[in-house]
Design a protein around this ligand. Structure first.
Ligand SMILES: *[C@@H]1O[C@H](CO)[C@@H](O)[C@H](O)[C@H]1NC(C)=O
Ligand SMILES: *[C@@H]1O[C@H](CO)[C@@H](O)[C@H](O)[C@H]1NC(C)=O
Ligand SMILES: *[C@@H]1O[C@H](CO)[C@@H](O)[C@H](O)[C@H]1NC(C)=O
Length: 330
């Protein structure tokens, strides 16, 4: 998720080449954490559109065979009042970040009912807007029982959160109130950003995390503690975060090391991507097998931000779909 996505995607249309490889649907069941934040900045201030996009987001995931999804976005980017500064040079209007969250929750809930999958959301703090972060954690708390499961921090990784204590305060409050925590880190920023995410912000999952590999001692430590990495192959090519050659993608190392990670899609509307495409790329260029797809989906489910009981139900659905008994060791 990025503040000005269009500026980052010179390779945007190359995705279509990959469409051709959309060979196989390897397995019909996915768990995913997706970002749709910047996808809908076009619809800022428009209540019906915001709800609709959230609803259609669930529809599209259901069509892809997803059974559980966590969508993340920045409510402030879609608001035009009670947000300072008002984003996108808009005039002040009457849609607050709080109401944005309410609308997205409604859209997701209607989507869940219509398409019979589970959808939750994650609210993003933005690194360059530390003064939005306390607001975000308050929204996470307020809507904790209406589908908001976690807090995220996204944006320019050169802005450390040490220098912006508001992010740290927001994450401390999140931890105190049982709000789950993930942080975009090590996507383009150095391993120190990952270290800070885990040690200072107490992230339970790391968004992307590729550059962790440059600090072997940190990487070994995270492997040992089963830290979960949310990997987005196509996005990392389009944003230039990783070598454009998919056969050199860091997720291949994660796989070899049996790391805890999932495959996800970033900004499906902006990148015109889909989970199928990310899986096809992994299958075609990275040598992923059905066995590995199952393993990573189980890890994704185990690392999801649902309450324990619902997480167990989700795992059982997966085991059933994969024809595995729950007690079968993997
Ligand atoms: C929040 O931060 C932005 C960017 O630094 C600044 O323009 C704005 O005035 C700040 N708002 C408040 C209430 O401090
Ligand atoms: C988006 O991708 C789909 C197939 O995945 C393709 O049919 C469509 O033309 C693409 N749209 C754009 C705008 O590139
Ligand atoms: C991944 O992390 C989850 C909890 O976050 C844990 O339940 C699971 O066992 C981990 N998987 C691996 C392979 O370490």
């Amino acid at each position: 998720m990025r503040a000005s996505p269009l500026a980052h995607v010179p390779g945007m249309f190359t995705v279509n080449e990959e469409t051709k490889v959309q060979s196989c649907l390897i397995i019909g069941v996915f768990i995913s954490y997706l970002c749709f934040s910047s996808s809908f900045w076009f619809f800022r201030g428009d209540r019906e559109a915001i709800k609709r996009i959230a609803y259609e987001f669930v529809e599209d995931r259901a069509k892809e065979g997803v059974i559980y999804v966590e969508a993340r976005y920045s409510p402030h980017f879609l608001a035009n009042t009670k947000v300072d500064p008002i984003p996108w040079n808009q005039k002040e209007g009457d849609l607050s970040p709080d109401e944005v969250v309410h609308l997205v929750n409604q859209g997701l809930r209607e989507g869940e009912r219509a398409f019979n999958i589970k959808a939750r959301s994650i609210l993003c703090c933005m690194r360059h807007m530390p003064n939005w972060s306390m607001d975000i954690v308050e929204l996470c708390k307020k809507y904790q029982h209406e589908g908001v499961v976690a807090i995220d921090l996204a944006g320019d990784e050169s802005l450390s959160s040490e220098a912006n204590p508001d992010h740290r305060r927001a994450y401390e409050e999140a931890a105190r109130c049982g709000v789950h925590r993930t942080v975009h880190a090590g996507e383009v920023g150095p391993p120190s950003v990952v270290k800070e995410a885990v040690e200072v912000l107490k992230a339970e999952r790391v968004g992307h995390g590729y550059r962790t590999l440059e600090d072997q001692s940190l990487y070994r430590k995270l492997l040992a503690q089963n830290m979960h990495f949310e990997v987005c192959p196509i996005s990392s090519k389009l944003t230039g975060a990783c070598d454009p050659d998919f056969t050199k993608h860091p997720v291949i190392t994660f796989r070899k090391d049996k790391a805890n990670y999932s495959l996800n899609t970033d900004d499906p509307l902006i990148f015109n991507s889909s989970l199928h495409l990310d899986y096809s790329v992994a299958s075609k260029y990275m040598g992923f097998t059905e066995q590995e797809f199952k393993r990573l989906n189980i890890n994704a489910a185990e690392s999801c931000f649902l309450p324990e009981k619902e997480k167990q139900e989700l795992l059982i659905s997966l085991y059933k779909a994969y024809g595995m008994l729950k007690s079968t060791p993997f």
